[in-house]
Each structure stands twice: as structure tokens, then as C-alpha cells.
Design a protein around this ligand. Structure first.
Ligand code: DC
Length: 228
């Protein structure tokens, strides 16, 4: 039986609040490609485990849940609607509360392995933009364009601060800088799939760049490599 070739993948990895989610969505929209928000899978799993009363330290139970995760990603005009057990959880998934659950399930290697096939299944024609922490280093090692998007901790904290203000939430800039530094340390120093640029990644420091600057940089690179 002929095996369909895997579609072209552009990976976008980077630390918390680097803007990779926004950029990945914009690149996917511009190219008309699919989008994988891999963090959402970890968030869905953490939420599902909590809803079912499964301990976030019970590796075997989490692996079983990861294999059967009853979720659906629906692409609507370039936006992604995410359902868990038939319920729309798109907005709730992005909360800090669920982020915390996600970071706890993400430390288990067998859990990461169980989510691997599910992530790779997103790589279908006409192409995929995959956003996460280990897209270029673990999940799509053959991707012909790997981006590592970063910015200074201060700039990332400022962006997060503005986002929270826009949504009407209170925020403290100094506390956000501290929080981002702590999360960086945890993500980069964890034993399992630590956050780091792939050897062949293009590192983009967006500290002094706008979203459009970053978008054009990535699209130019995709064209230069004749991927689009
Ligand atoms: O990108 P995010 O904030 O939605 O990620 C949620 C959590 O999942 C975060 O703690 C890091 C983890 N994660 C991961 O370990 N590997 C990925 N590919 C994506 C996210």
C-alpha cells in the first residue's frame, strides 16, 4: 500500500509569551495551511484528568486518557474551536488555571509519547504550522523550516501585561517578569523535552519587531526555501 508523503511542516517553538501562538495562526492563515496548537493538547489532557478526578501524577492513567482524549479541533475561518467531550472549551483552555494543569501532565515522558501520534496526524496537505515547545526538536524533526521565536523576558512580560489590561484584568509588571523568568527556568531545565532551539532552527528575537515584521520574516524564509 502506498503511504502518502507527510505534508510540509513549519514548526514554531519558543518560550512562554513569545507570541508564537499568534504568529503560528497568522502564518497558517496566510498560507491556508492547518494549525497545530500542541499546548492545547496538554491543556485538554490536564483538564480532562481533573474533570475525571485522575491524579496528575498517575502516569499510567494519564497515558490511557491521552490515547482516548475525546477532543475535536474545528477550523473556522482560520480560527480554532476546541471541544472536549462535546463541550466548547476554547476560551477556558487558555486560563492560567488550565495552564498549570497542562504543565504538570507535560512532565511525564510516557504521556508525551502517547500524544506524539496525535500531533503528527495533523501533518496533512496542504501543509501544517505547528506551535509548541518541542515541535522542531522532537515531534517534527524532519520539518524543512523550524523557527525558534523568542524575546526578552521584560518585553514578553510587557506584552502579557497589555493583553491582561485589554481584557480588563489587573496585572503587576514586576510580578509578570518574575513569573516569566521562573517559567523559562522550568521549561528549559526540565529533564523531559526541555525547551531549546533545534540545531537547524532559525532563531528570531522579536524584542524589537512587530507581529507583521515576524510574519514577513517567516514567510520570506519559507519562500526562499521554496516551501510555498
Ligand atoms: O503553549 P501553552 O502555554 O499552551 O502550553 C501549555 C503547557 O504545555 C506548558 O506548560 C508547556 C506544555 N507544552 C509542552 O510541554 N510541549 C508542547 N509541545 C506544548 C506545550
Amino acid at each position: 500500500m502506498a503511504v502518502a508523503p507527510m505534508a510540509t511542516v513549519i514548526t514554531i517553538d519558543g518560550p512562554v509569551s513569545s507570541g508564537k501562538g499568534t504568529i503560528a495562526r497568522r502564518v497558517a492563515q496566510r498560507l491556508g495551511w492547518h494549525l497545530l496548537d500542541s499546548g492545547a493538547l496538554y491543556r485538554l489532557l490536564g483538564l480532562h484528568a481533573r474533570d475525571l478526578g485522575v491524579s496528575l501524577d498517575d502516569e499510567q492513567a494519564l497515558v490511557a486518557l491521552a490515547r482516548e482524549l475525546p477532543c475535536r479541533f474545528v477550523e473556522q475561518n482560520g480560527d480554532l474551536l476546541i471541544e472536549l467531550a462535546g463541550k466548547d472549551v476554547t476560551d477556558y483552555l487558555r486560563t492560567e488555571e488550565v495552564g498549570e494543569l497542562a504543565s504538570r501532565v507535560a512532565v511525564h515522558q510516557p504521556v508525551r509519547d502517547a500524544l506524539m501520534g496525535r500531533q503528527q496526524a495533523f501533518a496533512v496537505q496542504p501543509g501544517l504550522v505547528a506551535d509548541g515547545r518541542d515541535m522542531g526538536t522532537v515531534v517534527f524533526t524532519q520539518a524543512p523550516l523550524k523557527i525558534y521565536l523568542t524575546a526578552s523576558a521584560e518585553e514578553r512580560a510587557r506584552r502579557r501585561y497589555n493583553q491582561l489590561k485589554e481584557k480588563g484584568f489587573g496585572a503587576n509588571l514586576a510580578a509578570l517578569v518574575e513569573d516569566i523568568r521562573n517559567r523559562d527556568a522550568r521549561d528549559m531545565n526540565r529533564d523531559v523535552a526541555p525547551l531549546k532551539p533545534a540545531d537547524d532552527a532559525l532563531v528570531i528575537d522579536s524584542t524589537d519587531m512587530t507581529i507583521d515584521d515576524v510574519l514577513h520574516r517567516i514567510l520570506d524564509e519559507a519562500r526562499r526555501r521554496t516551501l510555498v
